[in-house]
Design a protein around this ligand. Structure first.
Ligand code: URA
Length: 259
């Protein structure tokens, strides 16, 4: 009803304009002469422009440092690593590989990263290189059943067993340092270049670093002796290098006796 009233008014206005001699349009759009145009449909409100959010999550390194610092026990540290979402390795791995051996052992071995077997079983050094590692330490009276504690720089297997990147090593280092602090070993054995590079903060290769004791400062500013040595996986590929590994083991044996 309201619409037909409005149409009648428009037709009357048009007739009046024709009667007044206005017989052609000179503007592109009609001009309303006293009759209000139909009210426009209300437009939906334009979405409010959102200000750039202030970053609430800390950068990954800080997140790892904060999570590691919050752990007061090894169980809490394991849970903190499991809760750390800052690395895609967590998504591709089957299990978190935390540690094996005797809690409170004086000698702590730090390897590189879990391989396929370790990923499957959730324990470090359980594949072929782990078997060699066990034989090497057994030759100087050490075993994970009695007096060795073992972990890795990375708690998750890199896809395809590739070498950990520098970024991955740095990302997980706060957890490794906390692990050492909580496990309280007297000395470290760094198995391979990745562990040596990560903990000795050097770019030198393992062949330059091995064969002598170094010092590692951990989070509570305690300094620990650390012996870099050749990784058992490398020894499997290069059996001739077992000579050097044996001489490293003798250094470790002497340190255990004298230290
Ligand atoms: N190599 C490592 O460095 N760590 C493991 O746990 C297995 C293989």
């Amino acid at each position: 009803m309201a619409q037909s009233n409005q149409q009648d008014a428009l037709i009357a206005a048009l007739r009046w304009q024709i009667a007044m001699g206005a017989d052609e349009a000179t503007l592109e759009a009609p001009v309303s002469r006293g009759i209000a145009p139909p009210a426009e449909e209300p437009r939906p409100a334009a979405p409010a422009v959102r200000p750039t959010p202030i970053r609430k999550t800390p950068p990954l390194g800080e997140a790892a440092v904060a999570l590691a610092a919050s752990a007061q026990t090894l169980e809490e540290l394991r849970a903190a690593i499991a809760a750390f979402t800052g690395s895609p390795l967590r998504e591709t791995a089957t299990n978190l590989v935390f540690s094996d051996g005797v809690l409170g052992a004086e000698t702590m071995v730090i390897g590189e990263a879990p391989g396929a077997e370790e990923d499957r079983l959730g324990k470090p050094f359980v594949g072929v290189s782990g078997q060699l590692l066990d034989r090497m330490f057994a030759s100087i009276g050490l075993s994970r059943a009695e007096n060795l504690y073992i972990t890795n720089i990375l708690p998750f297997r890199p896809p395809g067993n590739r070498t950990p990147t520098d970024t991955e090593i740095a990302l997980f280092l706060p957890f490794v340092l906390k692990h050492i602090e909580l496990a309280k070993p007297r000395r470290l054995v760094l198995a391979g270049g990745v562990a040596a590079k990560g903990l000795l903060l050097t770019r030198d290769g393992i062949t330059r670093l091995r064969g002598r004791w170094h010092e590692v400062t951990i989070l509570n500013d305690k300094v620990l002796k650390a012996l870099p040595t050749l990784h058992p996986a490398y020894l499997l590929r290069s059996p001739i290098s077992k000579r050097e590994a044996w001489s490293d083991l003798l250094l470790l044996q002497r340190e255990i006796k004298d230290g």
